[in-house]
Design a binder for this molecule. Structure first.
Ligand SMILES: NC(=O)c1ccc[n+]([C@@H]2O[C@H](COP(=O)([O-])OP(=O)(O)OC[C@H]3O[C@@H](n4cnc5c(N)ncnc54)[C@H](OP(=O)(O)O)[C@@H]3O)[C@@H](O)[C@H]2O)c1
Length: 283
């Protein structure tokens, strides 16, 4: 089985189904080398965020990689310090400046309920979304969406926005994903993206995962990436190591049986969530 490596968003834009994550890469040489190696290895989808504080180095890597801008799908995210429409426009301009681009392929509200705005987070999200809609209409964003949203966050936005949400980027791996969000996203035609697809490296030693990966002659990381794809979910994975980044990209030539996907689904438990709960986070 060979898939073409793309999903189509609800506005018709194609998004590469495997993306390179940049969280925890240090600004400077570490980020530059990792992103250059990722692009040289064939990644065409880079997942960034202003809060990762390395977008300048990502921008340098993209500038010198020799690949045309329109062949690379670049995502960034609006951090928790943004509250207003103008904050969002300023954040967008700063990110574009750092990434040395004049548009983004996808822009996301990073977190739906920051501590600082907890008493009026819905209003805050609507301010940010309105700014993204305007940037979208001006052709500065090819797609817009959110991250870490649960069903109620998506519903709170839905009734007030003009342009439908295209993406929700959520924690998604064999130990944890939110099955309600999954069902809602399917119903509403919202593309899910998996972050922490490898459980941030913590699930690589799991015995059952190793056994299943062996059955397909793949590694646990490849099994986890493919697990996201089997759910129609974009797989975002980060590695500093060139061999591991190549390995993580090499997941389009096999599929996991329905039975094995169900076995993996049965491991999903709330207590296994790694990231903060969106309505309880302390940042
Ligand atoms: N929206 C959000 O709130 C949010 C939250 C978290 C992450 N993200 C995005 O999702 C991306 C992926 O998540 P993540 O970086 O948190 O974690 P991840 O990709 O699940 O795991 C990364 C960890 O796994 C290790 N690793 C990578 N490939 C491996 C392989 N083939 N075999 C063994 N170990 C491997 C890495 O170490 P080495 O580098 O040493 O290989 C690193 O320690 C992020 O980079 C970011 O872009 C978004």
């Amino acid at each position: 089985m060979k898939d073409d490596g793309y999903f189509i968003l609800n506005n018709g834009i194609a998004i590469p189904s495997v993306g390179f994550g940049t969280y925890l890469l240090k600004e400077g040489e570490e980020t530059y080398n990792a992103v250059r190696n990722a692009l040289d290895s064939g990644y065409r989808h880079i997942d960034c965020a202003s809060t990762y504080k390395n977008e300048s180095s990502v921008g340098e890597a993209i500038k010198y990689c020799g690949i045309k801008r329109n062949e690379i799908f670049i995502t960034s995210k609006i951090w928790n310090d943004c509250e207003t429409y103008n904050d969002t426009i300023n954040a967008f301009n700063k990110t574009c400046n750092d990434l040395q681009t004049d548009y983004l392929d996808l822009y996301l509200i990073h977190f739906p309920n920051p501590l600082a705005f907890r008493d009026h987070y819905v209003e805050r999200n609507l301010n940010l979304y309105k700014a993204m809609e305007d940037l979208y209409k001006k052709g500065k964003l090819r797609a817009i969406g959110v991250s870490n949203c649960e069903v109620h966050h998506l519903e709170e936005l839905k009734s007030h926005i003009e342009i439908p949400i295209m993406v929700d980027q959520i924690e998604f791996h064999p130990y944890y994903f939110n099955k309600d969000v999954y069902a809602y996203a399917k119903k509403e035609n919202i593309q899910l993206e998996a972050h922490s697809t490898l459980g941030r490296g913590r699930i690589i030693e799991d015995e059952l995962l190793n056994e299943l990966a062996g059955k397909y002659s793949k590694t646990v990381a490849q099994l986890c990436g493919r697990y996201a794809l089997e759910h129609g979910t974009v797989a975002l994975m980060k590695s500093k190591n060139i061999e591991r980044m190549k390995q993580n990209l090499d997941i389009l030539d096999f599929s996991i049986s329905k039975e094995d996907v169900e076995t993996l689904d049965s491991l999903v438990k709330k207590e296994n969530k790694i990231g903060s709960w969106p309505d309880k986070a302390t940042y």
